[in-house]
Design a protein around this ligand. Structure first.
Ligand SMILES: *Cc1c(COP(=O)(O)O)cnc(C)c1O
Length: 430
C-alpha cells in the first residue's frame, strides 16, 4: 500500500464517519485512478503533500486583499504562506512579480484581459478548434463576448501534408493588419515548441502587449525543457495543475511593475473575492517541489516518454498532427488511418479499456467539437506514476488494439484487464 493510498484511507475514515455516501464516491475515484492509465494531457497526479495542504484548515479563512493589505483580521500566517508561494514561483520562473490568487487558468486569463483591454478591444490568438483555448476568444466565453478576437492561422506544410505548425509570418501579418492590443501565444493542443522571440517581433510591430498562456507547458518551462517566455513576454498566465503538478488553480507572472499592479487589481477586486488560501498553501508546496532537482528529471522524462509514445504510434501507422511532438502532448488524427472513426467514439472505446484520453479537434477538422476527428494524448500523469520509454511501446500497442477492436466489447474487456495490471505495477506518488 502506498503512502498516498494510506493517507487517502485515513481521510476516508474521517469522511466516512460523517458522510459515508461521499466517502464511498471518493474511494471509488481513488480506485479508478489506481486502475486506469491517465493520458489526458492536462491532468496529473499531485503529491500527498499537495493534497494534504489542499485539505487543510487554511480553507477556513477570508483573506481578501494581498500580503500586508488584508480586509480581515487574523491573516498574518496567510501572509506568510502567500509570500512563500510568490517567492518560490518567481524563483522557479525567473521573474519579478507573481499573483498566485487566480482560482483557475480561466480566471488568470480573464484577469489578464481586464488588466490590459477595454470591452470591445481587439486581441489576437489561435482559434479553439486549432489547439487554442476557450478563454482565447471563443464566442461562448467572456473573452469572445466582450472582446474582439482575430485569429492567426496554422501554416500548411506541403512536404508533410500537415497543418500543425504556427505560421509566424501570418502572426506578423495579422498584427500589422488588425493592430491587436494583446497578442496571445500558448495553447491547449499544440505539440510543438513555441518561439517566443518571434511573437515578440510580431507584438512590437503593432505595440501589442504579449501574453503567453503556458497552462500546459508550465512544468516544462520551469524545468528548462521548454524555452522560457521570459524575457520576451509581458504577461505569463498558467494553470498550476497540469505539467506543474500542483493543486487546481491559476497564476499570473510579469516583470513589469505597472502591469503587476494592474494585474493585482484585476484579480482582486476586479474578478474575484476571497482567495482560496488552502490552495495557495498547496501551490507553495508544489512550487517547492518543482524547485527540487528531481522535478527537472521528471519533466525530461515527460518529454522523452511523449517522443517514444509518438514514435510508437506513428510506427503503427497512425497520423499525428504536426507529425510528432516536442513537448508532453500529441494529437492523433484519424482522418487518414480511420476515416469513419470520430474522436468521440475512439475516446469512448479507450475509456472502456481503462485508457483515459480526450477527444480533440484537429487543424482543418470538418467534424464538430462534439464529434472531432482526433484524440489528444499526454504523458505527464503516466510519467508521475513512473512509466518509462519502454512502457510507451506497451501503451501504444494497447491503444492500437483498442482502435483495431472496432469497439468489440469482449476485446475491450480483455484489454481492460491488461491495462489494470499495467497500472497496478506503477503505484501513485508517495
Ligand atoms: C487548461 C487551460 C486553461 C484553463 O485552465 P482552467 O484551470 O481549466 O480554467 C487556460 N489556457 C490554456 C491554454 C489551457 O490549456
Amino acid at each position: 500500500m502506498t503512502a498516498q493510498t494510506e493517507s487517502v484511507i485515513s481521510q476516508f475514515d474521517v469522511i466516512a464517519a460523517s458522510d459515508p455516501q461521499v466517502a464511498e464516491i471518493i474511494r471509488l475515484e481513488q480506485q479508478r485512478q489506481d486502475d486506469t492509465l491517465e493520458l489526458i494531457a492536462s491532468e496529473n497526479h499531485t503529491s500527498p503533500a499537495v493534497m494534504a495542504a489542499t485539505g487543510s484548515c487554511m480553507t477556513n479563512k477570508y483573506c481578501e486583499g494581498y500580503v500586508g493589505k488584508r480586509y480581515y483580521s487574523g491573516c498574518a500566517l496567510y501572509d506568510d504562506v502567500e509570500r512563500l508561494a510568490i517567492e518560490r514561483v518567481t524563483k522557479l520562473f525567473g521573474c519579478k512579480y507573481a499573483n498566485v490568487q487566480p482560482h483557475s487558468g480561466a480566471n488568470a486569463n480573464t484577469a489578464a484581459f481586464v488588466a490590459t483591454l477595454e470591452p470591445g478591444d481587439t486581441f489576437s490568438s489561435i482559434v479553439l478548434s486549432e489547439g487554442g483555448h476557450l478563454t482565447h476568444g471563443s464566442p461562448v466565453n467572456i473573452s469572445g463576448k466582450w472582446f474582439k478576437p482575430v485569429h492567426y492561422p496554422l501554416v500548411y506544410d506541403q512536404a508533410r501534408d500537415d497543418f500543425g505548425h504556427i505560421d509566424y509570418d501570418a502572426v506578423l501579418e495579422v498584427c500589422k493588419q488588425h493592430k491587436p492590443k494583446l497578442l496571445i501565444c500558448g495553447y491547449s493542443a499544440y505539440p510543438r515548441t513555441i518561439d517566443f522571440a518571434k511573437f515578440r517581433e510580431a507584438a512590437d510591430s503593432c505595440g501589442a502587449v504579449l501574453m503567453a498562456d503556458i497552462a500546459h507547458i508550465a512544468g516544462l518551462v520551469a524545468a528548462g525543457v521548454h524555452p522560457s517566455p521570459f524575457p520576451h513576454c509581458d504577461i505569463v498566465t498558467t494553470t498550476t495543475h497540469k505539467t506543474l503538478r500542483g493543486p487546481r488553480g491559476g497564476l499570473i507572472m510579469t516583470n513589469d511593475e505597472e502591469l503587476s499592479k494592474k494585474i493585482d487589481r484585476a484579480v482582486f477586486p476586479g474578478i474575484q473575492g476571497g482567495p482560496l488560501m488552502h490552495v495557495v498553501a498547496a501551490k507553495a508546496v508544489a512550487f517547492g517541489e518543482a524547485l527540487n532537482p528531481g522535478f527537472k528529471t521528471y519533466c525530461q522524462k515527460i518529454v522523452t516518454n511523449a517522443a517514444a509514445l509518438a514514435k510508437a504510434l506513428m510506427d503503427l501507422g497512425y497520423t499525428l498532427t504536426s507529425r510528432g511532438t516536442d513537448n508532453h502532448l500529441m494529437v492523433m488524427d484519424f482522418r487518414k488511418s480511420h476515416p469513419d472513426l470520430t474522436g468521440k467514439i475512439a475516446a469512448l472505446w479507450l475509456e472502456q479499456a481503462g485508457i483515459i484520453t480526450s477527444k480533440s479537434t484537429i487543424p482543418q477538422d470538418d467534424r464538430s467539437p462534439f464529434q472531432t476527428s482526433g484524440v489528444r494524448l499526454g504523458t505527464p500523469a503516466l510519467t508521475t506514476r513512473g512509466l518509462g520509454e519502454a512502457d510507451m511501446a506497451v501503451v501504444a500497442d494497447l491503444i492500437h488494439r483498442v482502435i483495431s477492436s472496432g469497439g468489440d466489447e469482449t476485446q475491450l474487456a480483455q484489454i481492460l484487464e491488461e491495462v489494470r495490471s499495467v497500472a497496478q505495477r506503477f503505484p501513485m506518488p508517495h
